[in-house]
Ligand binder design. Structure first.
Ligand SMILES: Cc1cc2nc3c(=O)[nH]c(=O)nc-3n(C[C@H](O)[C@H](O)[C@H](O)COP(=O)(O)OP(=O)(O)OC[C@H]3O[C@@H](n4cnc5c(N)ncnc54)[C@H](O)[C@@H]3O)c2cc1C
Length: 269
C-alpha cells in the first residue's frame, strides 16, 4: 500500500521540531525510526497531514549517567542500548530488553522515544519504565511512567510535544526480562520483568492488558518471604487480557504466572 500524501520537513534541533509541530497543527506526526508509523501509514490507518523528521537532531542521541540516573536520548536506537557499556553497567536489564526487540532492521532504526510515544501494549520498554519509576521527559514537561501509559496507543502527549529523553534510576542488581513468542523476532505474546531494587523486587508484565502492568501482589508476596513459585501465582491477580489470534485470555494469564516465576528464578540464580 502507498501512504496518503503528506508534507515533510526535517528538523535539526528540538526547538525547530517544536516550531514545525506547532505550525503544522494537530494532524502532523513526528517521524523517528518509522518502524511503527510507516506501516500504519501504508495501511492508511494513520494519515498525517505532515511528518516532522527528527532523525537529524543530534541533541536527542546520547546515553549518560548523572546523579544516580541513566539518561537516554529519545533517538537512541535499540542497537545502541543493546551494545552500550554504560547501559550494561548501570541498567543491564535495559540492554537485555533491547536485545529482545524485533530483528536487526528494527533494532537499527527503532528508537526508545518512538516506543514510548507509540505506547503499543506489546512494547517492551514501557514495562521496564513502569516498574522502575522512570520519567519520560518532553520539550514541555516531565511525565512519571505510571501516568504516561494511559491506554493502548494512548499517552498524555500533546500534538506539539516531543519526547526528548527517558530517565531511569540506576539498577544493576539481579534482573531478568523474558518474552514468550512463537517466532524469534515476534512481539511478545506475554513478557515478564524482574528487577531487584534496594533489596526488594520490582515485577512487571508486558501485553497482558492495554498498558504495562506492575505486579504489586507478586512484589508483596516476595517481600513477605514467599518462594518465587508461590509469589508468581499472584501474577495473574486482577488481569483481564483480551484474547487474540495468538493466545486465549486464560493462556495469557497462565503465561503471566509461568514467565514471572522464571524471571524471578533466573534473576536470582
Ligand atoms: C517487525 C517489527 C517487530 C517489532 N518488534 C518489537 C518488539 O518486539 N518490541 C518492541 O518494543 N517493539 C517492537 N517493534 C516496534 C519498534 O520498536 C519501533 O521502533 C517502535 O515501536 C517505534 O519506534 P520508532 O522510532 O520506529 O518510531 P516511529 O515509527 O517513527 O513512530 C512511532 C510513533 O511515535 C511517535 N514518535 C516517535 N518518536 C517520537 C518522539 N521523540 N516524540 C514524540 N512522538 C514520537 C510517532 O509520531 C508515531 O506516532 C517492532 C517493529 C517491527 C516493524
Amino acid at each position: 500500500m502507498i501512504p496518503a500524501a503528506f508534507e515533510y520537513e526535517r528538523a535539526t534541533s528540538v526547538q525547530q521540531a517544536s516550531e514545525l509541530l506547532q505550525r503544522f497543527g494537530e494532524d502532523a506526526k513526528v517521524l523517528a525510526g518509522g518502524h511503527s508509523l510507516i506501516p500504519l501509514m501504508r495501511l492508511r490507518l494513520s494519515q498525517p497531514s505532515a511528518l516532522v523528521d527528527i532523525n537529524p537532531i543530534k541533541e536527542l542521541d546520547y546515553i549518560t549517567v548523572e546523579g544516580g540516573k541513566l539518561r537516554v536520548g529519545a533517538l537512541v536506537r535499540h542497537v545502541q542500548l543493546q551494545n552500550s557499556d554504560t547501559v550494561k553497567q548501570n541498567l543491564p536489564i535495559l540492554a537485555e530488553v533491547a536485545d529482545e526487540v524485533g530483528d536487526n532492521q528494527v533494532r537499527n532504526l527503532g528508537s526508545i522515544g518512538g516506543v514510548m510515544a507509540h505506547a503499543d501494549a506489546a512494547g517492551d520498554y514501557p514495562t521496564l519504565a513502569l516498574i522502575l519509576d522512570a520519567e519520560i521527559v518532553t520539550n514541555k514537561r516531565r511525565h512519571a511512567a505510571k501516568d504516561f501509559f494511559k491506554d493502548i496507543f494512548t499517552t498524555p502527549l500533546e500534538h506539539d510535544e516531543l519526547v526528548c529523553e527517558v530517565v531511569f534510576p540506576i539498577a544493576n542488581g539481579p534482573h531478568k526480562y523474558i518474552k514468550f513468542r512463537r517466532r524469534l523476532f515476534d512481539w511478545a505474546i506475554v513478557g515478564a520483568a524482574a528487577q531487584k531494587v534496594d533489596g526488594g523486587w520490582r515485577i512487571g508484565l508486558t501485553n497482558v492488558g492495554p498498558t504495562p502492568v506492575r505486579s504489586t501482589a507478586v512484589e508483596q508476596a516476595l517481600a513477605s518471604g514467599a518462594s518465587p513459585a508461590d509469589a508468581a501465582e499472584h501474577a495473574s491477580d486482577g488481569l483481564n487480557p483480551s484474547a487474540d489470534l495468538r493466545a486465549s485470555a486464560d493462556y495469557k494469564k497462565h503465561l503471566a504466572r509461568v514467565l514471572t516465576r522464571r524471571a524471578i528464578e533466573q534473576a536470582s540464580a
